[in-house]
Write a protein of this length. Structure first.
Lengths: 475, 241
């Protein structure tokens, strides 16, 4: 039995208790292996928690048992390891945290979530071979997407796939977005028009899965371009006995044709008005403001996107819109404009009728891959700008996270502060890594401008000198 | 931007900057400022009618709590209005020190340009318009690293000492605080505050003229020390921290 040492007395007792309970089962025990799944149906991959790599779902298994979309033989073996006192190797992210710090790892947080914790007894007394329905499900039905965001990949975007098939990989040292990697890992996406055995299995499993769901989130690709997204919404609308405990979330780039946005609003409005779910969140994405945001997310028409944000928030007066911002090197010069304008949305659409306490959230997560576009490539003179953005969020903060206050929460502030901390962190070999990634930055955006008819220097005058310097690097 | 404080028996209003930032977004914390030279400046127009004659009923204009450090309004036993720069020395055996400018020196009902200059182990100067008073000392200040800075009150913190609140009635504007002992530059400060954003003066807080939310006033110094409106919940706990 593993026990953490030097656990401070001020640690949250919920997590201390969960850690002790998990460790009584084994030092590698984590409920997320049972309760959570991300299904990438376009490639037939899944993982339970975002830290381990995805693994391939067996077509033979799902023919016999559609719940094997989640309960794969591979995963059951990992569950056996957890139940018999072992630490699955694929979960090394958490072992790294636990072995090198006194912090709680994500296995504690995930196991303590409301979609995990109530199932502790059922899971820990089960046989490792047993099937279980997950409570937290993310699903991508298709890689169909009208955007080709600079940091995205063919497995998640058909427009990226078309570009790579036409022009090949980018001329970076790691051959960015080469299809060889997808082929080697059996991650070549199945086209929407083709038969997809994983989607077929999903729909066989769905009526049973739906009953048990705590959270269901549709990702992509662009979900509004996937016919299965509409099938899910229609199912919830038509279901005579809906799962009213469901937290429904849908990702969208809000850059699809108007009729699809209107269709989404119409269906979600019906679900909202008829109380068919517990809460509804629309996740969208933008990484900075205006023309620079359009450059980062190729296909984005910024003004139309912002109009659609307003349209959704106006029409759906209980739903929440969360902006997932993939903060990268190109976000830095103008992110403060996004911060100001999201604050305006919070002010405009604040309402105690909404499912959560704020109409919109700015969730800033830093880009880690591809490395050539992370904030790490930027010169240190930009560090203070990132900190100023955290300070601006703090200026626009609520005094306390209560519905009658309008502004940013501590989490929204901390996520940008974390980016500053990461940017200013040092480690052995960092200088050499950064040099190589600056080389790749130059190569990538030079090719990007050539292929896509864009002009980096014109759109990012603040970074033009830096870009020129990158192009001068010789490895 | 002028802040108007109505402090009376019904309304208690004040702003503050905590000693450390809860989201760690600051570059220069108050706990560091009070360990070396510093300067506090503001323009004030006190309304004196509620101001008392002792420590318990003085007004705090700019005040670092604990054992008071800052600029206060107080009346002396003859009823004369006084501006006082007060501080405490010697941690083991704390002793109060202060210097005053009284209504005999100038009309304290006017709008006043106030400056407190702290030179470590040397002196504190209080400057009000053209009048300057100075007190010298060689000892260390008591430990103010856990104290907060209050604007419009001597101490609104709920659990520090017995002398709570002592709210200021009147107006305050042009607040700035620097991590250096400014001196002859002070006279030009009130004419051109922008000059004083220069990093050589080590700005700690520069009050924005126009940027504010319902809860905060923006710090133009770049340190993120935004001035927070003091708010209490029903349990008398400060909401902001």
């Amino acid at each position: 039995m593993a026990k953490r040492k030097n656990r401070p007395t001020y640690d949250n007792p919920i997590y201390v208790d969960m850690e002790n309970k998990l460790n009584e089962v084994g030092p590698g025990m984590c409920l997320a292996k049972w309760t959570q799944v991300t299904l990438q149906l376009q490639t037939g991959h899944n993982h339970s928690c975002h830290h381990p790599r995805t693994h391939k779902i067996s077509e033979n298994e799902i023919k016999r048992n559609p719940s094997a979309l989640h309960n794969t033989q591979y995963k059951k073996l990992r569950r056996r390891e957890m139940l018999t006192g072992k630490r699955p190797e694929e979960c090394d992210y958490c072992w790294g945290v636990e072995d090198t710090s006194d912090r709680f790892s994500d296995r504690i947080f995930k196991s303590a979530e409301s979609w995990s914790k109530p199932h502790f007894e059922q899971i820990t007394t089960s046989d490792w071979r047993d099937d279980i329905n997950p409570r937290y499900v993310e699903v991508a039905f298709s890689n169909a997407c009208n955007f080709k965001c600079s940091y995205c990949a063919p497995a998640f975007s058909t427009t990226w796939m078309q570009e790579i098939q036409k022009h090949g990989a980018y001329p970076t040292t790691d051959k960015f977005n080469s299809l060889e990697h997808n082929k080697a890992e059996s991650k070549m996406p199945i086209l929407q028009k083709e038969h997809n055995p994983y989607t077929e299995a999903f729909w066989k499993w769905w009526p049973e899965l739906y009953r048990d769901l705590h959270t269901f989130r549709i990702t992509g690709g662009e979900p509004l371009l996937a016919k299965d997204t509409w099938k899910v919404l229609d199912y919830i609308i038509d279901e005579p006995n809906p799962n009213k405990n469901l937290n429904l979330a849908i990702n969208s780039n809000l850059g699809v044709p108007d009729e699809l946005i209107d269709k989404l609003i119409e269906k979600l409005k019906r679900i909202e008005d008829e109380d068919r779910v517990k809460e509804m969140v629309i996740f969208t994405s933008v990484d900075t403001w205006g023309e620079q945001a359009e450059y980062i997310r190729n296909g984005l028409e910024f003004n139309r996107f912002w109009d659609n944000m307003n349209k959704v928030l106006s029409a759906l007066d209980r739903s929440i819109v969360t902006i997932m911002s993939t903060y990268n090197s190109l976000s830095v010069p103008n992110y403060q404009k996004l911060i100001h304008n999201v604050y305006d949305l919070k002010e405009t659409y604040a309402s105690t009728d909404r499912y959560w306490k704020s109409a919109t959230f700015l969730d800033s997560s830093y880009l880690r891959f591809p490395q050539h576009q992370t904030v790490q490539v930027l010169p240190d003179v930009w560090n203070s700008e990132i900190l100023r953005q955290a300070q601006l969020l703090d200026f626009l903060a609520v005094p306390q996270f209560e519905s009658h206050f309008i502004g940013y929460s501590d989490i929204e502030i901390q996520k940008v502060k974390r980016i500053y901390d990461w940017k200013t962190a040092t480690w052995e070999g960092k200088e050499q890594q950064v040099r190589q990634q600056r080389y790749n930055f130059g190569k990538y955006f030079q090719e990007h401008d050539k292929r896509r008819g864009t002009d980096f220097r014109k759109v990012f005058p603040e970074l033009a000198d830096f870009y020129n310097d990158c192009l001068e690097i010789k490895l | 931007m002028k802040l108007t404080f109505k402090n009376d028996m019904e309304i208690r209003d004040s702003y503050y900057i905590p000693n450390q930032h809860k989201n760690a977004v600051g570059l220069f914390n108050l706990s560091d400022l009070v360990q070396d030279d510093f300067t506090m400046l503001c323009t004030a127009k006190p309304e004196w009618e509620l101001c008392g004659t002792d420590h318990w009923s003085a007004y705090g204009i700019l005040s670092i709590n604990g054992m008071d450090l800052g600029i206060y309004c107080i009346k002396d036993k003859n009823g004369r209005k006084c501006l006082r720069a007060e501080f405490w020395i010697n941690n083991d055996n704390p002793q109060v020190k202060y210097t005053e400018i009284s209504s005999d020196d100038l009309n304290l009902d006017d709008e006043l340009n106030l400056t407190l200059i702290f030179k470590k182990n040397q002196y504190i100067k209080l400057i009000c318009n053209d009048v300057e008073k100075k007190i010298e000392f060689t000892e260390d200040l008591i430990d103010y690293t856990t104290s907060w800075l209050w604007v419009g009150a001597a101490n609104h913190r709920w659990n520090v000492d017995g002398a709570l609140w002592r709210g200021y009635k009147g107006e305050v504007s042009n607040i700035s605080i620097y991590g250096t002992a400014l001196d002859r530059q002070v006279s030009s400060y009130f004419e051109n505050r922008k000059l004083f954003q220069d990093s050589k003066y080590k700005p700690f807080f520069i009050m924005s003229d126009d940027k504010r939310t319902p809860y905060k006033i923006f710090d133009e110094s770049g340190n993120g020390n935004h001035l927070c409106l003091n708010m209490y919940n029903l349990a008398e706990r400060n909401l902001m921290y």
